[in-house]
Ligand binder design. Structure first.
Ligand code: ADP
Length: 474
């Protein structure tokens, strides 16, 4: 799962938990406050009833009758029992609801909520859709001079409170859903913005290779952690660049230093060949040595080419190239080598296409690839060349029926000095630098080179080079 999704999900879950706990707290607090108010009313009310009863006379004092005429009294459920459980008073509400209150176990059972069925309709009560009303009740012992004389059961309808709490619940639910959604979506957007520098770093580091190590990642804000990460990466690139530079300079210097004595040696040997005093055996050895010096020279030239790395782009001599004609010429040159192994080279498709590039470098690349196809194909092998357009690129394929390359080797063959193990012992006389040079040339032309291969069946090298785009596209 992506960091963005993971963080957003966490954001969502944490805010959901916090908001839920908060909402439950608010709801619960509100419920307690409202019920407490009713409970206090009930306590005061039952105290009054208790105080107004005279067990000697078996009567209530005037206060109850005053209360009876009050409007609020219509809503009150009130039953008063004597010690034998005989009803000594029942408020009018007792006729309308079937409200079975518990008798108190000890002295008092305060603040219980009970939903009960309305048996008859009464204007002061608002039942819910099922015809039920909810009462908050108290059930307590009644005392006279500290002597228990009976029980009082009283209840007040709390439908309004329940309705208000129901509405509060709905509001809290809607607010919570909206808040959590907002936090989730907002988090997703904010985290996305926050991760932009990471994306920039990833994209940039993906395209940095040994040929453009001097490029640096853009720093958005040097003070924050992302900025510091970018600075660290840039410092790493700087150190890598310096190390590569040292290596490159060493390669170039060493190659240069070797070139001069080899040329002197070769000139010397070539002079010696004409010496009439030397016998034929010795002359043959000289010819062989001169050939070896020639191969060493070629290798040094490849060294020098690879050591150029950055300069290769600057030193490119760009011109428009009619690629089909160009390839045709290279193939006729390579045919001389193929003939030596009785191999055939066929151009199977040749679309007229124009690219812009350095003729010498491109010649070197194509010739090298065809030369490899010849080298790694058996006597009488077949080689096919094609040129076609693939989107905005010229696509050149060189296919052979050679030894092929094992899957595990494919990613390495473009590395410098890499040769497939078997070919080290085989007498193909390679250096392992050819494909590294081909890759460098393809990339300096903004193109790329890929290979597919099957052992014992053959290999296909595909090169893509952008087509020439004329400036006046009218
Ligand atoms: P070399 O000078 O050894 O040919 P390259 O860089 O040109 O060096 O090639 C690297 C290695 O890739 C070779 O040693 C060879 O094993 C393998 N290779 C290159 N081209 C082919 C091909 N057409 N068929 C099979 N193997 C190939």
């Amino acid at each position: 799962m992506k960091i963005r999704t993971r963080l957003s999900l966490w954001y969502f879950i944490v805010s959901l938990v916090i908001l839920s706990v908060l909402s439950i707290g608010i709801y619960w607090g509100m419920l307690r406050v409202l019920y407490r108010t009713v409970d206090e009313d009930l306590e005061i009310f039952t105290d009054m009833i208790e105080g107004s009863y005279n067990p000697m006379l078996g009567e209530f004092e005037e206060i109850l009758w005053k209360l009876e005429s009050a409007k609020r009294f219509q809503e009150v459920y009130l039953m008063v029992y004597d010690n034998n459980g005989r009803i000594i008073f029942a408020s009018p509400m007792t006729q309308f609801v079937d409200f079975k209150m518990p008798l108190p176990k000890d002295d008092v059972a305060l603040g219980f909520t009970r939903t009960t069925k309305m048996t008859r309709s009464i204007s002061v009560l608002k039942p819910d859709e099922n015809g039920n009303v909810t009462f908050r009740g108290i059930s307590r012992r009644m005392f006279y001079n500290n002597r228990p004389i009976g029980w009082i059961n009283a209840g007040l309808p709390i439908t309004d409170i329940e309705n208000a709490l129901g509405k509060l619940f709905d509001v809290i639910l809607i607010v919570n859903i909206l808040a959590v959604l907002l936090v989730g979506i907002g988090g997703f957007i904010i985290i996305g913005r926050f991760l932009i520098p990471i994306k920039t770093i990833t994209n940039k580091t993906k395209i940095i290779s040994h040929s453009n190590l001097n490029e640096r990642i853009e720093i958005h804000n040097e003070q924050d952690e992302m900025g510091q990460l970018t600075v660290t990466l840039n410092n790493l690139l700087e150190r890598l660049y310096n190390a590569f530079e040292t290596q490159r300079r060493f390669m170039a210097d060493a190659a240069h230093e070797l070139k001069t004595p080899l040329s002197v040696l070769r000139a010397h040997w070539e002079d010696e060949i004409d010496n009439p005093e030397l016998n034929n055996d010795f002359k043959e050895r000289l010819v062989h040595d001169i050939e070896t010096i020639g191969r060493l020279n070629q290798m040094i030239n490849k060294f020098l080419f690879l050591a150029q790395t950055e300069d290769v782009v600057d030193k490119m001599d760009l011109s428009k190239i009619q690629l089909d004609e160009f390839l045709n010429d290279i193939v006729s040159d390579a045919k001389i080598l193929a003939d030596l192994k009785e191999q055939s080279i066929d151009i199977v498709e040749l679309t007229p296409l124009v690219i812009e590039g350095d003729r010498n470098q491109l010649y070197q690349m194509f010739f090298n690839l065809i030369d490899n196809a010849i080298k790694y194909s058996p006597q009488k092998g077949k080689i096919w060349i094609s040129l076609r357009q693939a989107e905005q690129n010229a696509q050149i394929q060189i296919r052979d029926t050679g030894v092929g390359i094992e899957e595990k080797e494919l990613s390495n063959i473009f590395n410098r000095f890499y040769r497939v193990e078997k070919d080290r012992s085989r007498k193909t006389g390679g250096s392992g630098l050819g494909l590294a040079i081909c890759k460098m040339i393809a990339e300096s032309h903004h193109g790329k080179i890929v290979v597919t291969s099957e052992v014992s069946k053959g290999s296909t090298f595909t090169i893509l080079i952008p087509l020439f785009q004329s400036a006046d596209k009218s």
